[in-house]
Ligand binder design. Structure first.
Ligand code: CP3
Length: 365
């Protein structure tokens, strides 16, 4: 608890950028107030990234990927790049879900072209390396990026803050890298559920310390990324995805009831209604394999559905892209809906295909 208080003190010192904004009505937020818009608001996961030449240039200037995440000026710059090009309705803070383990003391590196590397934690004794009391310094750098963005973004562009969900962040901490089946984390959770719960609790507390600072600095919406939710059995999904997410949502709602929260339990379309009911999120991001009928059902029950174009169609472009965009719009227009991809933009995506997509969604082309 002492740890959490230290970070909360830092949060209190973050200058609030929200106050001057309350009169602005951002169209991105309207579906959360029950309005359906045509065309729907849109943004794209990983809209800032390697597919953009201007991102590659700034990334080079920054040095390593984490150097970019911890440089408020350059992180704000790459956040703005896709907004300048495409005028999306929302921008997402440029950072990474692995900033949280890094700030807790489990150092993260990104090997060029290979993804993240961490010194794995495989048992409860390894948790002694983690401490929330020192995390505030790195969190404060990210909050500064958010505050800069709120100043520099167009006033009608919403700003999304985020964190990784405890389960997904834990998989990287336990594996030490990305993995195809999250086997080490699932194994620990079965072998020693009480010990694994300690790791999940640390990450839940860290998220509850981290996200309010993003909101105070100017984030209008929070998204919680649970990219590996789909690898869990039903009872494990309840324990490691639904309950920790519900605790984060309850803590944010207690302090900031006006800020919508979007969950992204990737790969868990069959459990989507259960996830919504169990976590109290305001919206769900739906992956590419989620049927449009499931998204319609979620929206009909009062939750915003976001998604779910295949990022590979954005590489293919052409008539196939247009056809699927029209199918999604036909199914979701008139509902509480935000247009997005089912997962992040891949680096091979031609920027002109993103322009084609934006024109199609906005019925300009
Ligand atoms: O534009 C945005 O969406 C905001 C920024 C953002 C990044 N990562 C930037 C990034 C966000 C929201 C994330 C979330 C994230 N990070 C997730 C959850 C969403 C998902 O994709 O499933 C996960 C699992 C991570 C962890 C992570 N970060 C991995 C596995 C990798 C390597 C894979 C890759 O694409 O290279 C990263 C690196 C990363 N995060 C990049 C970017 C733009 C590429 C790094 C580079 O520039 O070299």
């Amino acid at each position: 608890m002492k740890d959490v208080t230290a970070v909360q003190d830092l949060t209190a010192k973050t200058t609030s950028s929200r106050v001057s904004d309350t009169s602005v009505s951002r169209r991105f937020l309207k579906p959360f107030a029950g309005e359906s818009l045509s065309p729907p608001p849109m943004w794209l996961m990983r809209q800032a990234g390697r597919y953009l030449p201007e991102y590659r240039a700034t990334r080079k200037e920054a040095g390593s990927f984490l150097d970019l995440c911890y440089n408020p000026k350059l992180a704000a710059e790459v956040t703005l790049q896709p907004i300048r090009r495409y005028g999306f309705d929302a921008s997402i803070l440029f950072s990474d879900i692995l900033v949280v383990p890094d700030a807790l003391g489990q150092r993260v590196t990104f090997a060029e072209g290979e993804g993240p590397r961490l010194q794995p934690i495989r048992e409860v004794a390894g948790l002694a390396r983690l401490s929330l009391s020192n995390a505030g310094e790195k969190f404060a750098i990210v909050w500064e990026t958010v505050a800069r963005l709120r100043q520099d973004l167009p006033k009608d562009t919403a700003l999304i803050g985020f964190c990784g969900a405890p389960w997904t962040v834990a998989t990287y901490m336990v594996e030490g890298q990305g993995s195809s089946d999250q086997g080490e984390a699932r194994g620990w959770a079965y072998r020693d559920p009480a010990g694994f719960a300690q790791l999940i609790d640390i990450l839940t507390d860290a998220s509850i310390a981290y996200l309010p600072g993003q909101i105070k600095a100017g984030a209008d919406v929070i998204q919680i990324f649970d990219s590996w939710a789909g690898s869990l059995a039903e009872n494990q999904f309840q324990q490691w995805v639904v309950l920790p997410t519900a605790r984060i949502v309850a803590a944010l709602k207690a302090a900031h009831p006006e800020v919508p929260i979007i969950g992204f339990p990737k790969g868990a379309a069959a459990q989507l209604q259960h996830f919504v009911a169990g976590t109290n999120v305001d919206g769900v991001s739906c992956d590419t394999s989620c049927p449009l009928g499931v998204m319609q059902a979620v929206a009909a029950r009062g939750t915003v559905a976001q998604g779910n174009l295949d990022p590979l169609l954005l590489v293919a472009g052409g008539a196939a892209l247009d056809r699927r965009v029209d199918e999604i719009l036909d199914a979701m227009t008139g509902k509480r809906f935000i247009f997005n991809l089912g997962h992040g933009i891949v680096p091979e995506t031609p920027p002109e295909h993103v322009a084609q997509l934006v024109n199609r969604v906005r019925r300009n082309g």
